[in-house]
Design a protein around this ligand. Structure first.
Ligand code: MN
Ligand code: MN
Length: 273
């Protein structure tokens, strides 16, 4: 009995120790309270082998996995259709530090990008959230931003954003988009914002109003991996067609993981677009 009590005490002490240690880094379980009813995670909650640097931020406009080690998002996941586009003017202020981040973490400032040689690259594009001023402003939070070479941001990345806009407005599609950076070097700007070597975007293309249950092995997908470099401004976005399999291998994340395994296997191997 004595031994048993001591064991309990030891376990209790150890778990308290861990709790305190983690408190500064991960204030809450990032995967709590998430389910398929949340529109921006309708097709999956991307997961990799280490959730300690995936701090999930749920917003009405999009869902982010924030990485405090890189001072930027791992990925952003969001629904896109014609309803999100409106006529609100582009937010005019500086990009906004995300004060919702746990207080021990560095909060990236607008000026951290100034003269870095990199654009403040939106993951959710400003124009994709133009129904209300709040929607548009939310895209200017620096937790939605990664350093993108101007020729990428204003070249093929933008052209794919135009293409998605056309799919929504002209073809009445329902898109589920997941995008982010791929990191293999340790290049940083400002106080330690990692510069991705390339940027990926995955788009599941459905008819407006459709959802997870409508995804089949013949659902069209777009999967691109674009180098984060200068000199590609005039390049067509389709040049960077890839597969979800390849993006999963490069990032370590399992994407669209709510899609039945058999269907995932087929569409993830499909060359995008
Ligand atoms: Mn952009
Ligand atoms: Mn997957």
């Amino acid at each position: 009995m004595k031994k048993y009590l001591f064991f309990l005490f030891a376990v209790f002490t150890i778990s308290c120790g861990n709790k305190n240690e983690n408190q500064n880094i991960q204030p809450e379980n990032p995967y709590l309270g998430l389910d398929t009813s949340y529109i921006h995670l309708r097709v999956g909650l991307p997961k990799d082998s280490d959730s300690s640097d995936d701090y999930i931020i749920k917003r009405n406009q999009y869902c982010i996995s924030y990485n405090y080690k890189r001072n930027e998002p791992n990925w952003v996941s969001y629904e896109l259709n014609s309803d999100w586009y409106g006529d609100v003017a582009r937010y005019k202020g500086n990009f906004i530090s995300d004060t919702s981040l746990p207080s021990p973490w560095y909060r990236v400032k607008h000026s951290d990008y100034t003269n870095s040689g990199f654009d403040r690259g939106h993951l959710v594009r400003s124009e994709e959230r133009t129904k209300t001023e709040d929607d548009n402003k939310s895209t200017f939070l620096l937790s939605n931003i990664i350093p993108q070479a101007p020729d990428l941001n204003q070249g093929p990345w933008l052209k794919l954003e135009y293409y998605c806009e056309d799919l929504c407005k002209k073809e009445n599609k329902e898109l589920f988009v997941i995008c982010g950076g791929i990191y293999s070097s340790n290049t940083t700007i400002g106080p330690g914002i990692n510069v991705p070597d390339s940027c990926f975007k995955i788009v599941i293309v459905l008819e407006k109003g459709q959802g997870l249950q409508n995804i089949t092995s013949i659902t069209p997908i777009i999967a691109v991996k674009m180098p984060n470099i200068q000199g590609i401004r005039a390049v067509a976005w389709e040049t960077y067609n890839s597969t979800i399999d390849d993006i999963e291998a490069s990032t370590g994340y399992d994407f669209i993981n709510y899609v039945p395994k058999g269907v995932q296997q087929i569409i993830e191997a499909q060359k995008g677009a």
